[in-house]
Design a protein around this ligand. Structure first.
Ligand code: NAP
Length: 327
C-alpha cells in the first residue's frame, strides 16, 4: 500500500504526459483492488494506462487487518500486504500512477477529456473504479467526537482501546470482522445491531457469538453519543420496546455500510436508486467507452475477489472497445 507521502512523490502529470504522449488508451479512476487489477490487465494488453487515486492505493481493503477469503492465501493476508501485491503487479506491467483528484469528465468527439486537478487529459476509454466511502450514522455527537472516541477504522484506532469497553455499530461483515479484530485490545465489545439477526457471513457470526469478549445488543439503535472531552456514554433505543437507555462506553466504531463515490459520474452513466453504477456483464456502462468496476457498481457480492474480477473484465472490454472502434 503506497502511503500518502509516497504517492505525492510519484511522477508529475506533465512528466507522465511527456513520456506517454497526450492521448491515453485508458484512464482508471480509483486505485483499489478493482482499479489495480484493471491496470494489470490493461498493462498486459499494452494499453497506455493511467491510474488515478486521490487517497491510498488499495482502497478500503487496505485497512482490513486480516483477509481470510481471498483465494491463494490459505493462512490469510493483511489488507496492507494484499494491496501492496496488487500495486506491485500492476506497476510491473507498465501502468502509470498519479495521485490527484478527478474533477470532471467531458466527451470530446471520439475521446473523453478527464479533468485531473487543473489539467485536461485525453483518453479513449475510462474505467470508473472509485469505490465507496463509509456511511455515517448522522446522529448527535458523531461528528463532535470523531477522533475523540468515534472511529471508522479499527486497524487504525484499535490499539488506543487496550482494556477499554467499546461499541461496534452495525451487523454486516465489516462490523463483525472488526469487532473480532478489536478483541485483541478491548476488554469488552458490544455489537449494537438494529435487528435480531446479523447480516454478516455465518462463519463470522459464529465466531462473534462464541467470543467471550463480544456481547450483542439485538434490536438496538444508537441514538446519541455523549461525553465531555471524549466519548463517555451512548444512548440506545430498543426497537421493540421503544425504551431508551444510556450506558458508559470508551469508544464507538461505526460500520453501517458504505455509499458509492458516484456523484461525479451521475450525468454520464446510469445509476440505480442507491447511486450504484449500472453495468452489464462486460462492465459496460450507459456511456460508450466508459466501464465501471468494483464496489461502485450495482452487484450482489462486494468482495475483493469480485472487485478484482470486475477490473479484469473491464480492462478486457476497454481493449475490445478500442480495437473495434478506434483503430
Ligand atoms: P453492509 O453489509 O451494508 O452492512 C451494514 C450493516 O449496518 C447492516 O447490518 C445494517 O443493518 C447496519 N446499518 C445500516 N445503517 C444503519 C444505521 N443507520 N444504524 C444502525 N445500523 C445500520 O455493510 P458492510 O458490513 O460495511 O459491508 C459492505 C460490503 O462489503 C458488503 O457487501 C460486505 O459483504 C463486504 N465486506 C466483506 C467482507 C468479507 O468478506 N470478509 C468484509 C467487509 C465487507 P441491517 O442488517 O438491519 O440492514
Amino acid at each position: 500500500m503506497t502511503t500518502l507521502e509516497e504517492l505525492k512523490t510519484l511522477p508529475k502529470l506533465d512528466a507522465i504526459i511527456e513520456k506517454q504522449g497526450p492521448l491515453f488508451d485508458l484512464i482508471i479512476i480509483g486505485g483499489g483492488p478493482a482499479g489495480l487489477t484493471a491496470a494489470l490487465y490493461a498493462g498486459r494488453a499494452r494499453l497506455k494506462t493511467l491510474i488515478i487515486e486521490r487517497a491510498l492505493l488499495g482502497g478500503m481493503a487496505s485497512t482490513a487487518f486480516h483477509i481470510d477469503n481471498y483465494p491463494g492465501f490459505p493462512r490469510g493476508v493483511s489488507g496492507m500486504d494484499i494491496s501492496r501485491y496488487f500495486e506491485e503487479q500492476a506497476k510491473k506491467f507498465g501502468a502509470d500512477f498519479y495521485y490527484g483528484e478527478v474533477l470532471g469528465i467531458k466527451r470530446k468527439e471520439l475521446y473523453y477529456e478527464v479533468k485531473i486537478d487543473k489539467k485536461d487529459i485525453s483518453t479513449k476509454t475510462i474505467i470508473i473504479a472509485a469505490g465507496s466511502e463509509s456511511k455515517k450514522l448522522n446522529i448527535k455527537g458523531e461528528n463532535e467526537f470523531r477522533g475523540k472516541g468515534v472511529s471508522y477504522c479499527a486497524t487504525c484506532d484499535g490499539p488506543f482501546y487496550k482494556d477499554k469497553s467499546i461499541a461496534v455499530i452495525g451487523g454486516g461483515n465489516s462490523a463483525v470482522e472488526e469487532a473480532l479484530y478489536l478483541t485483541r485490545y478491548a476488554s469488552k465489545i458490544s455489537i449494537i445491531h438494529r435487528r435480531d439477526k446479523l447480516r454478516a457471513d455465518k462463519i463470522l457470526a459464529e465466531q462473534a457469538l462464541n467470543d467471550p469478549k463480544i456481547f450483542i445488543l439485538w434490536n438496538s439503535q444508537i441514538e446519541e453519543i455523549l461525553g465531555a472531552a471524549r466519548v463517555e456514554n451512548i444512548k440506545i433505543k430498543n426497537t421493540i420496546t421503544k425504551k431508551s437507555s444510556r450506558f458508559p462506553i470508551d469508544g464507538v466504531f461505526v460500520y453501517v455500510g458504505s455509499n458509492p463515490n458516484s456523484k461525479l459520474f451521475s450525468n454520464l452513466v446510469k445509476l440505480d436508486k442507491n447511486g450504484y453504477i449500472l453495468t452489464n456483464e462486460e462492465m459496460k456502462t450507459a456511456a460508450s467507452g466508459i466501464f465501471a468496476a468494483g464496489d461502485i457498481r450495482k452487484k450482489t457480492l462486494r468482495q475483493i475477489v469480485t472487485a478484482a474480477s470486475d477490473g479484469a473484465i473491464a480492462a478486457n472490454s476497454a481493449r475490445i472497445y478500442i480495437d473495434s472502434n478506434l483503430k
